[in-house]
Design a protein around this ligand. Structure first.
Ligand code: 5GP
Length: 115
């Protein structure tokens, strides 16, 4: 059993969150400290700790997660102007919560490269 993270508790509804989408595979909620007009986090209901774990998982499960991320972006109305999907991974990636999560950022012109 891995440690219980903040996002385990959000998924279990032990900690409130501002949900934007939920289905059998994913849960999506607004980031508490948004870095863009739209900043949503998408987590798989079947836990992984980080992006580094995905190579060990079933491809269909990963595919369903990625399709969920894409679906959330569509539902947020970001398709026309575009958006960014980020998986912060490990210390250099500044991952602070050890429950894999896709950041969806949009609603403004984003810059590149990131800091
Ligand atoms: P990371 O740095 O691990 O990639 O991203 C974690 C994200 O979780 C951060 O963007 C941070 O603002 C967000 N976050 C931290 N605590 C909470 C919380 O209690 N609720 C929500 N909705 N987001 C949170």
């Amino acid at each position: 059993m891995s440690e219980q993270t903040l996002f385990d508790k959000i998924l279990a509804k032990e900690i409130p969150s501002d949900a934007v989408y939920e289905d059998q595979t994913v849960y999506a909620f607004r980031d508490i400290n948004p870095q863009a007009p739209v900043h949503v986090l998408v987590i798989p209901k079947h836990k992984m700790q980080s992006f580094a774990d995905i190579r060990q998982r079933d491809a269909a499960e990963i595919g369903a997660f990625m399709q969920g991320v894409s679906r959330v972006a569509e539902q947020l109305g970001l398709e026309r102007d575009g958006y960014r999907v980020v998986f912060n991974t490990g210390p250099h990636g500044q991952q602070t919560v050890r429950y894999i999560h896709a950041h969806i950022l949009g609603g403004r012109q984003l810059q590149w490269p990131p800091g």
